[in-house]
Design a protein around this ligand. Structure first.
Ligand SMILES: Nc1ncnc2c1ncn2[C@@H]1O[C@H](COP(=O)(O)OP(=O)(O)OP(=O)(O)O)[C@@H](O)[C@H]1O
Length: 310
């Protein structure tokens, strides 16, 4: 559904050229929900704007939803939906009118437009809000309306740029359920986010971008398993003895911590070995790595740090 090779964008600025995206390869297959994760300024929006024809790449090529990005941008646009960070419906419009107007813009007859709008209002829990002014909707309702607008022409591929930014936790969770439902209904979804929990919850597969380059790729579980391993923390009075048995073990008082792959499965054997050595443990904890651990391992810094911290 997306095949991009060497896609790059350089911006000319007063202080010199800025390589926002440095030649990325992106593959997304039909029906996937792919999260594009990276800190502020990593190049997510620039990549997304190139993939959606809004910005001309300075190098590279791509085929999006079966159409060549460079030679057939109109074909790409007909087959994708794009929900930007701020695109939003017209603030002074009424919900149903705005949707119907946009549906007619896509060439639907009055009758078909009404049917489509009723279907989308239902799908995105916007029933009863038809006559409300867009500006009076809650943040979560406005985001759902934005996505409904992006789905008016039944695109097979939907791009979402930071879908849950500025929403309260309950509205975010609700929006995530709607995004999952889009995928369940067969839409391929490509979304950018800098929220670890959002990337973790939603994505079948993640692409991690940093400084304009892809630095990691895989399902959230694969990335966690491959890169970090699980963190095991053992409480014992024989901390130094235990630490000697594991690479990169860290001792803090009566606690020894170290990372091992598939910690939950490795733990029984590990505890037996320690028992055979006569080690007595007073506590055992296994922590699954977070995506932040993954990012830290890949880049040497935390995704949680502000962009200007590096
Ligand atoms: N029009 C532009 N002119 C100059 N530099 C730009 C322009 N647009 C983006 N950049 C720079 O390119 C880099 C990548 O920006 P981009 O907006 O793609 O990042 P992002 O990962 O989407 O960040 P955010 O999460 O904050 O939206 C940044 O250093 C940004 O300052």
């Amino acid at each position: 559904m997306i095949k991009a090779r060497g896609l790059a964008r350089r911006f000319a600025t007063k202080s010199g050229p800025v390589d926002a995206v440095c030649g990325v390869d992106i593959d997304v297959t039909e029906g996937e929900l792919v999260g594009f994760l990276g800190p502020n300024g990593a190049g997510k929006s620039t990549t997304l704007r190139m993939l959606t024809t809004l910005l001309q790449p300075t190098a590279g090529e791509a085929v999006i939803a079966g159409h060549d990005l460079l030679t057939d941008p109109a074909g790409v646009r007909r087959n994708i939906g794009y929900v930007g960070q701020k695109n939003g419906a017209g603030a002074d419009q009424r919900v149903a009118e705005e949707l119907e107007f946009q549906a007619r813009f896509y060439g639907l007859s009055k009758h078909d437009a009404r049917r489509k709008v009723a279907d989308l209002l239902d799908r995105f829990d916007l029933q009863g809000l038809e006559k409300r002014g867009v500006i009076t909707l809650s943040g979560g309702q406005q985001r759902r309306l934005d996505i409904a607008m992006g789905m008016l022409h039944d695109p097979r591929l939907l791009f979402l740029d930071e879908p849950s930014t500025a929403l309260d936790p309950q509205s975010r969770r609700n929006l995530w359920d709607h995004v999952k439902q889009l995928k369940a209904d067969g839409t391929t979804v490509f979304l950018t986010t800098h929220y670890l929990d959002e990337a973790d919850f939603l994505s079948d597969r993640l692409l991690v971008i940093d400084h304009g380059s892809i630095v990691g790729e895989g399902s959230p579980d694969e990335l966690k398993n491959n890169v970090s391993g699980d963190l095991v923390v053992l409480g014992t009075l024989q901390a130094a003895l235990v630490a000697g048995k594991f690479e990169n073990a860290v001792v803090e008082g009566e606690k020894v911590s170290f990372r091992i792959p598939n910690g939950d499965r490795a733990l029984p054997g590990l505890l037996r070995d320690l028992d055979n050595l006569g080690v007595e443990l007073h506590s055992v904890q296994v922590h699954r790595p977070t995506l932040d651990d993954v990012f830290l391992t890949m880049t040497g810094r935390s995704l949680r740090e502000p962009a200007n911290a590096f």
